[in-house]
Design a protein around this ligand. Structure first.
Ligand SMILES: CC(C)(COP(=O)(O)OP(=O)(O)OC[C@H]1O[C@@H](n2cnc3c(N)ncnc32)[C@H](O)[C@@H]1OP(=O)(O)O)[C@@H](O)C(=O)NCCC(=O)NCCS
Length: 204
């Protein structure tokens, strides 16, 4: 039976498996580069072998299940053209995505996530449990909006940036790439690239 392979058998991979199974998508199992996990089961699904050997299993689709944004980016680059057509979206049935929103390939939308009209979400983004992305936001590739984080309308989030658990961003702010916004932070102005910003108001 063909199905989707989940690349990464950790906690994030487990949630993605649940999303795929909840949305009636067949899952072959996991690949992980930690050999001690091979032969284990996660949610009753096998951990089969190393990620670079994905073609051996002839998957119908792939999801990169690595929570660290830079590491997820590196994995997708490493697998290159051979994987390019296989990346699929994992969207929980309880995620709400507006008809006019755009969502890229390989992106994960968890339970309770809300994406409002004309938001544009790139490739391999994580919109985690209960996170909300309001109208006209733009979320670039490999970003992660963590559980319970809220982006007001028109916010831009740069590539590989993490918006931490429960953080909030007021309307029409731009957050650079490779940024970490700390848990619970309130972002009230533009944030440059590659800083860690935390607190209310967020400072770096
Ligand atoms: C902001 C953050 C990146 C800082 O990590 P760090 O550099 O390892 O910082 P430390 O834990 O060494 O703490 C340094 C100081 O910042 C404070 N601090 C840490 N996180 C903070 C936060 N989110 N808000 C306010 N202050 C924070 C600490 O209390 C400490 O203060 P002190 O020097 O007065 O004792 C991290 O704490 C955080 O919030 N990460 C987000 C995690 C997340 O949401 N992941 C998503 C998982 S799905």
């Amino acid at each position: 039976m063909s199905g989707i392979l989940i690349l990464g058998a950790g906690g994030h991979g487990k949630v993605i498996a649940d999303i795929l199974l909840s949305s009636q998508q067949p899952v072959i199992g996991f690949l992980d580069d930690e050999p001690s996990l091979w032969g284990n089961q996660v949610l009753g699904l096998p951990v089969l072998g190393a990620m670079q050997d994905f073609e051996r299993y002839q998957p119908a689709g792939l999801v990169a299940a690595i929570g660290n944004n830079a590491a997820r980016d590196a994995l997708v680059r490493k697998l290159g053209d051979a994987a390019q057509q296989l990346w699929v979206r994992a969207q929980h049935p309880a995620a709400i995505v507006a008809l006019s929103a755009q969502v890229g390939h390989g992106t994960v939308l968890m339970a309770g996530a809300v994406v409002n009209p004309d938001a544009v979400i790139g490739d391999h983004v994580i919109v985690n449990t209960g996170a909300t992305i309001d109208h006209d936001c733009r979320i670039e590739d490999f970003a992660h909006v963590a559980p319970g984080a809220h982006l007001a309308g028109g916010v831009v989030v740069g590539a590989r940036t993490l918006i931490g658990v429960g953080a909030s961003v007021i309307p029409y702010q731009t957050i650079g790439q490779d940024v970490i916004i700390g848990a619970g932070a309130t972002v009230v102005r533009t944030v440059p690239d590659a800083v860690t910003a935390k607190g209310t108001p967020a400072r770096w």
